[in-house]
Design a protein around this ligand. Sequence first.
Ligand code: ARG
Length: 268
Amino acid sequence: MKRRQSFVATLVASVSAVALFGSVTGGSLWFPPAQAQEKKLVMGTSPDYPPYEFYDTSGGQEKIVGFDVDIANYIGEKLGYEIEISGMDFNGLIPALQAKRVDFVMAGMTPTEERKQNVDFSDIYFEAKNTIVAKKGSNFKTAADLSGKKVGVQLGTIQEGDAKDIAEKDTTVQVVSLNKVGEIVQEIKAGRIDAAIIEDTVAAGFTTSNPDLEFNVIPSEGPSGSAVAFPKGSDALVAEFNKVLAEMKESGELEKLVLKWFGEGVSQ
Ligand code: ARG
């Protein structure tokens, strides 16, 4: 009996010691939350860019969805990472990588030489072309057609660079840089700007939902297409992503997602 009592006493003492210690440490030392052991990567994106990435509000809450999100989740699943998505303006994405606030960026981002000085890129996973979007009937087909016009572009994009190059040669062209592509589209509709330079698949979507607008593909030199961006020095992660991207191209998984988001007629 004596023995049993002391056993109970010891048990009570140790349980309360654990409870005390647990409360001091917030329980984390004894029972680490399962989540803390899972690998997680934060993806930065600029969700103003359907069908690459945009807010889906249909479920009553705002969720970032799109082509890039599906690719990221597929890669995450293959490599054993949970993917968390962080939305911000396009112009803030490279600074976010440099400050390591995000682990990678997928935002229809083109791997330019200038960006390569600050971030690492994966292989290109989707090609793109530039277009001029304007009110129906404008018929802007080349840079020369933009003479004397106000041209909208997204801040920090290659389209902004292209528009600035055009404006440098023809000083009657006025470049208007805005944070979100949707804002640019609204400015054209309101007649505050005459045109915008937007990439083909995005322009196709916006002109379908805004039948008062049209787009024409323009010849463009320089880099195009999308790649995943990482903080500088991410060689191991870049290699892991490239491996899955290559598998996705090989297996037809990527083509499946192209069809899902860009529809028939768009093939790489
Ligand atoms: N491809 C262009 C660039 O890299 C535009 C990308 C814009 N992306 C976005 N999610 N708004 O500059």
